[in-house]
Design a protein around this ligand. Structure first.
Ligand code: GAF
Length: 439
């Protein structure tokens, strides 16, 4: 069989189609259409919640939200993907904004309604964020929403964040009339989307995806410092070196809310408690090297030997710690390499492979399809390859010479067939603009 490629999205055409559909569904035109991308991540997996550095970029696949305001405090939502969903998930969704709260909303509508809740929460401020009154939706604010996604769903490419962030930008624009929120407001919107995911959807994720979706720039990577969500922009363009980003969606089912993700996070928090720091990044110095990671592990072993209170699974906790601190160093190393005028992409590639091995052996979030995809990419000439995002299925990204892309896809496809895995999907990814109004 020939490799199956995911078509490049025609965002304008999809937005126009969505606008027409909106009129059919709600019997009035939308006030606009907003789009938010998913992300890839070069390095810094499973360390955002520990304050590590991540290196994401927004890709060109977006989720679109067409929206019009209401004045009765109600939120209505439908999705063009509902046709593919189970019957229970297909009904139009409605909720009063003031009734949205943890445990109240289920299914994908939780992501959309959760954002309204998150915006009101961030507006008044809470322990993790100072008040940003511009995000307040107001007592009678409501909206009709129609959603369409071009981001492969559940593929580890941040389809959830794309949904949240497109809804957030739509609600913000409807409420304030501001179509160009600055970086400070985007940071606050990202926090509102994180809150939606953490509290309304119940996935204890760390903010990487929402930040990438709302704060990226075309042609750049973000160096995202998750201690304070400050970003620096790296104008790293592999195309200058004849390289491109290829994603292989293994199509192995991917799910974050099933406890595996939260247990990884809990183990990292347990390791931090043993080390006496509030988050693992604080156990490393400002400009960390691999030697520093080794020192942290020695300290951990020493503290355990001295009878530090421990978790149920000391061995697992130590592996998670080793993944976290080495991943933090790999991220900083790649950021240093990419700040050079002519980056050493071969060195970047070696770090990507080391990152994958750590995700496989220490974080333990890969599945055979992911490992096979990475091995297949490397055997066929990729400069580097690794799982992207939360793992347990989903995608790998590979850094690939442009001239090898087709050959490499055929080789991976062949390897999947040999292993009896279903056909994967292939996408070339381009660092693209953050969430924006498109119509
Ligand atoms: C998922 C989460 F949503 C992110 O916060 C991040 O932890 C990622 O997995 C792993 O790096 O995408």
């Amino acid at each position: 069989a020939r490799p199956r490629w995911v078509a490049q999205p025609d965002v304008r055409e999809r937005a126009q189609r969505l606008s027409t559909k909106f009129e059919e569904v709600y019997a009035r035109p939308p006030a606009g259409v907003w789009a938010a991308p998913g992300r890839a991540n070069l390095m810094g997996e499973y360390i955002d919640y520990s304050g590590g550095m991540c290196l994401p970029f927004a890709h060109q696949y977006v989720t679109l939200t067409a929206a019009a305001p209401r004045t009765d405090g109600l939120l209505h939502a439908q999705s063009l993907q509902d046709a593919d969903a189970s019957v229970a998930d297909r009904e139009p969704r409605a909720a009063r904004v003031s009734d949205v709260q943890p445990g109240a909303i289920h299914g994908w509508f939780g992501y959309a309604a959760g954002v309204a809740w998150g915006m009101n929460r961030v507006a008044v401020g809470h322990s993790e964020h100072e008040a940003v009154p511009e995000l307040a939706l107001g007592a009678d604010f409501g909206a009709d929403l129609l959603v369409d996604s071009t981001v492969p769903i559940g593929a580890g490419l941040a389809s959830s964040a794309a949904l949240e962030c497109s809804v957030a930008l739509a609600l913000f624009s409807l409420r304030t009339g501001d179509d160009h929120p600055d970086d400070t407001l985007r940071r606050a919107l990202a926090r509102a989307c994180m809150d939606a995911e953490n509290y309304i959807v119940g996935a204890n994720t760390g903010g990487l995806d929402q930040t990438a979706s709302l704060r990226s720039h075309a042609g750049q990577l973000l160096a995202l410092d998750c201690r304070d969500f400050d970003v620096a922009r790296l104008p790293a363009d592999p195309a200058l070196a004849g390289l491109t980003w290829l994603a292989v969606d293994t199509c192995a089912p991917h799910k974050l809310a099933d406890g595996q993700y939260s247990s990884r996070r809990a183990e990292c928090e347990a390791a931090a408690a043993v080390l006496g720091v509030s988050r693992l990044r604080d156990a490393l110095p400002e400009d960390p090297r691999f030697d520093d990671a080794a020192v942290v592990l020695e300290r951990f072993d020493h503290l355990l030997g001295a009878g530090a209170p421990l978790t149920e699974d000391p061995r697992g906790t130590r592996l998670r710690l080793r993944h976290s601190v080495t991943e933090m160093v790999r991220s900083e190393k790649i950021a240093r390499l990419l700040r050079e005028a002519d980056p050493d992409w071969a060195a970047v590639g070696r770090l990507l492979v080391a990152g994958h091995e750590s995700m496989r052996d220490d974080c333990q979030v890969t599945v055979p399809e992911l490992d096979t995809a990475v091995e297949g990419c490397l055997a066929a000439g990729a400069v580097g390859a690794k799982v992207v995002g939360g793992g347990f299925g989903g995608s790998v990204i590979a850094l690939v010479p442009e001239t090898h892309v087709q050959r490499l896809a055929s080789a991976v496809q062949h390897r999947f067939a040999e292993n009896g895995f279903p056909d994967p999907l292939f996408l070339t990814l381009t660092p693209s603009d953050a969430a924006r109004r498109v119509l």
